[in-house]
Design a protein around this ligand. Structure first.
Ligand SMILES: C[S@@+](CC[C@H](N)C(=O)[O-])C[C@H]1O[C@@H](n2cnc3c(N)ncnc32)[C@H](O)[C@@H]1O
Length: 275
């Protein structure tokens, strides 16, 4: 199947999921409107001070994380290939009174619709797995950063995404590729009757395709774009229940039961574009 067909299937699912997510308790639009941030605790702690800085959020979905950075003081722009997501993000900005600009664009074509550079480029959880080509992604990151600009990412760990699903006999065994492959991780696609926001609403567009990218592949691709890595953290905690076997700690974060030291669940990185 050509990449365009995988992309079309993914876009149909993302377009359809936006309304469900806006209504879901998982995303908590009401809580956001009441002033809650949707950023994970380590994000503002690890990111530079963003006050007064222009910030580009790649794959922004319906803008809650983007607007949370605006609440931290950034002047924010979000891009996403889903027109439904971009409309919902603009609506959320208006309704919450938190300023933000939202632009519909395929990630790989973003330089065709945005003709400017940013102080900060940001990517949040659940973004990279939808991209077939990590080097194409790192070129986009490098393109949009001003010299001296900061790139920050928090993501699900690629090792976690190699694990078998919850229905397998041993859900902790490795079932899917770690490294980037030409074909999606599961060439047949993932079938999800419902999406991860668990509202119980059924999806029409149930089949999606995703790709693994090894941590070394990601980091090396960023270095090759002239980014100097300041840190790479691998986290024992996960911001959401990615697998049913995860246990929740008092801090609200999810962990591997009994042996959190055995598997990284998220990673974060900050880098500066060399002048
Ligand atoms: C899990 S969401 C990111 C979520 C974000 N961290 C949040 O929870 O608000 C992934 C986003 O990537 C977008 N996306 C997927 N493939 C894309 C592509 N090729 N170009 C641009 N956006 C894409 C989807 O539309 C979706 O909004």
């Amino acid at each position: 199947m050509p990449v365009a067909r995988y992309r079309a299937a993914n876009l149909a699912m993302w377009d359809e999921s936006v309304d469900i997510h806006v209504r879901s308790d998982f995303y908590g639009v009401d809580r956001f409107k009441a002033g809650e941030t949707t950023l994970e605790p380590m994000e503002p702690a690890e990111m530079d001070d963003v006050r007064g800085k222009s910030l580009l959020h790649l794959q922004c979905h319906f803008g809650m994380d983007t607007l949370s950075w605006a609440r931290e003081g950034a002047i924010v722009t979000g891009i996403d290939f889903s027109s439904a997501a971009i409309q919902a993000a603009s609506r959320l900005s208006e309704e919450s009174g938190v300023p933000g600009r939202f632009v519909e664009s395929e990630l790989y074509d973003a330089s065709e619709v945005l003709d400017e550079k940013f102080d900060v480029v940001y990517t949040g959880i659940g973004a990279l797995c939808w991209l077939p080509d990590i080097r194409g992604w790192s070129r986009v990151v490098g393109h949009f950063l001003k010299p001296g600009g900061v790139f920050y990412i928090l993501e699900g760990h690629p090792m976690m995404w190699t694990l078998a699903d919850e229905t397998a006999e041993d859900p902790m065994h490795i079932a899917w590729p770690y490294f980037e492959t030409t074909q999606p991780q599961n060439p047949d696609g993932w079938i999800n009757e419902e999406d991860y926001s668990q509202t119980g609403e059924k999806l029409q567009n149930t089949r999606t395709f995703s790709w693994g990218h090894g941590l070394g592949e990601i980091v090396t691709a960023l270095i090759d774009e002239g980014l100097r890595i300041e840190f790479l953290h691998e986290h024992r905690v996960c911001g959401w229940r990615a697998f049913p076997w995860m246990v929740k700690g008092e801090d609200g974060m999810w962990r591997v039961p009994n042996h959190p030291e055995r598997l990284p669940l998220m990673w974060s990185l900050r880098a500066v574009k060399e002048a």
